[in-house]
Design a protein around this ligand. Structure first.
Ligand SMILES: Cc1cc2nc3c(=O)[nH]c(=O)nc-3n(C[C@H](O)[C@H](O)[C@H](O)COP(=O)(O)OP(=O)(O)OC[C@H]3O[C@@H](n4cnc5c(N)ncnc54)[C@H](O)[C@@H]3O)c2cc1C
Length: 476
């Protein structure tokens, strides 16, 4: 039997269930395939940072597979709609009788996979799908009453209960080399034209080895203090593994296993830094779970449907100032410039800038969600949507609408000496620790830095009123 292994957001050889099973079943060899779908990527708001990261990782994957004599071929399809036909043609050309893949959960991806499965079955070929992106499948997790969880804490409790009881699902050893099958791998393009913008390969090296090295360094040196350091953007206190998890260069299982190893196997007790980090991995699982149970969040709809009626603002000038990091609120601007320059933003800042856009400017969270997706190297629909809806108070577990971060307080608290602000807003580098959070009129006159674009006291009243007037606002 010969098998086709279709890589998508699982760009790795190690701990890859579909690859492991394809390799075990296919006595006549495995052919790997990746689909370059540029128009679909653009429609999904992928930006140049993410596309560059994906392509470099596909190249690294191709090299790793070549060492196992597994050729990686590319199919080019503008959109997902063309993928089923192209995959089948490939399967026929190389006499592949089976297709192996790991599940994806977004609405368009699910539709594409249903079409591929139907077509392959129609043509007498089998399709084998595995769980990989998450540690526990959504259908394992229901409340006592058989309902979907909509709140994180009980979800986490149940999740931990199952994982403690069953342990981590085992994945076999790294696949062994197969005999040569006489098919040459395709060259992976360095870039595709529409996505030739800003890229930072220096910050985000590709490949499993680079990802594993980052994970090992984090677990060896920083995980112990994670609970204390993770909220301070000037400190290298988090793992910065999100891009690798988003495209599957690293699996959630590998991360959890490394954390458990550093905590004598304990999941929710023991070292505080480790358990706090594990909690973040579970947040990632939770947002994927929500995508499956409530697919409307994939389609621009709020989780709390009544918040559909909020009179969001669409002020292009203010939005442009926010995107450019020129709002006159230094901590917000530092975060937005970190995003523009590095393709990544610290979690504390993601919350601060998202709250500022939605609660101080009262601009539609979907504008912010889209801008993030277009610029993040770790752009991921589930986590991005979850984070934005949390900040806008439209989602699961959302911050209550009356809880609004004060950017100034956040700045004092999490960047007390202003060193993060100075790094990304060099115009303010000469100001004292006191002034850098909130430059006064006098210091501004000499600097090329804007005055605050909004008076927060006024918008706060307006936003509170808009939320209070929502019909049935307590329901979900
Ligand atoms: C408005 C907003 C938008 C966001 N957009 C994205 C996105 O597009 N892609 C993305 O991966 N994360 C997103 N997040 C979640 C979080 O900010 C990032 O995952 C985190 O900052 C990545 O840094 P790290 O790898 O150092 O995380 P660590 O703190 O080291 O955490 C480890 C891993 O856990 C996961 N994780 C951590 N925090 C969260 C969280 N709050 N929600 C879901 N997963 C989490 C990530 O995979 C992360 O790599 C968003 C958060 C907000 C508030």
């Amino acid at each position: 039997m010969r098998a086709l292994m279709w890589f998508r957001s699982d760009l790795r050889v190690a701990d890859n269930p579909a690859l492991h099973h394809a390799r075990k079943a296919a006595d006549n060899g495995v052919i790997a395939v990746f689909a370059v779908c540029t128009k679909q990527w653009a429609e999904h708001d992928w930006g140049s940072m993410k596309v560059d990261f994906v392509l470099r990782n596909v190249r690294a994957l191709s090299e790793a597979l070549a060492r196992l004599n597994i050729p990686l071929v590319l199919i080019r399809a503008d959109r997902f709609a063309q993928v089923p036909g192209r995959l089948l043609t490939l399967a026929k050309r190389h006499a592949c009788e089976a297709l192996y893949l790991n599940s994806e959960y977004e609405v368009n991806e699910l539709q594409r996979d249903r079409e591929v499965t139907a077509l392959f079955h129609e043509h007498g070929r089998s399709v084998h799908t595995f769980t990989d992106q998450v540690i526990l499948d959504a259908d394992r997790l229901r409340t006592g009453a058989g309902r979907w969880y909509t709140v994180f804490t009980p979800f986490k409790r149940k999740w931990c209960e199952i994982v403690k009881e069953e342990g981590l699902p085992p994945v076999g050893p790294r696949p062994r080399r197969q005999g040569r099958i006489g098919i040459e791998p395709d060259a992976v393009p360095a870039t595709v034209r529409v996505f030739a913008g800003h890229q930072r390969p220096d910050l985000w090296p590709a490949g499993e080895r680079a990802a594993q090295k980052r994970l090992n360094a984090f677990v060896a040196r920083r995980i112990g203090d994670y609970h204390k350091a993770r909220d301070h953007p000037a400190i290298d206190g988090t793992s910065a593994l999100s891009p690798y998890l988003a495209v599957g260069v690293l699996s959630a299982r590998q991360c959890l296993q490394a954390a458990l190893d550093a905590n004598h196997g304990r999941l929710d007790s023991g070292r505080k830094g480790v358990t706090t980090w594990i909690s973040e991995l579970i947040w990632r699982e939770f947002y994927r779970y929500i995508l499956v149970g409530f697919p409307r969040v994939c389609m621009g709809r709020p989780f709390k449907t009544e918040t559909d009626n909020l009179p969001w603002r669409y002020d292009e000038g203010q939005f442009a100032a926010w995107c450019a990091g020129r709002t006159g609120f230094p901590i917000v601007d530092a975060g937005m410039r970190q995003l523009a320059q590095t393709g990544w933003m610290h979690n504390r800042l993601r919350m601060i800038v998202a709250m500022f856009l939605t609660k101080d400017l009262f601009i539609d969270w979907r504008w912010g969600e889209r801008h993030f997706m277009q610029h993040l190297v770790d752009g991921d629909l589930a986590s991005n949507n979850g984070g934005w809806q949390w900040s806008a108070s439209t989602g699961t577990d959302a911050a209550p609408y009356f809880r609004v971060f004060n950017p100034l307080n956040q700045s004092w608290r999490y960047d007390p000496d202003g060193s993060f602000i100075r790094r990304f807003v060099p115009e303010l580098a000469g100001l004292t620790a006191n002034r850098v959070h909130c430059p006064d009129g006098q210091s501004l006159a000499a600097l090329d830095y804007p005055r605050p674009i909004v008076d927060r006291r006024n918008t706060r009243q307006f936003v509170m009123r808009a939320f209070r007037r929502l019909p049935g606002r307590t329901s979900s």
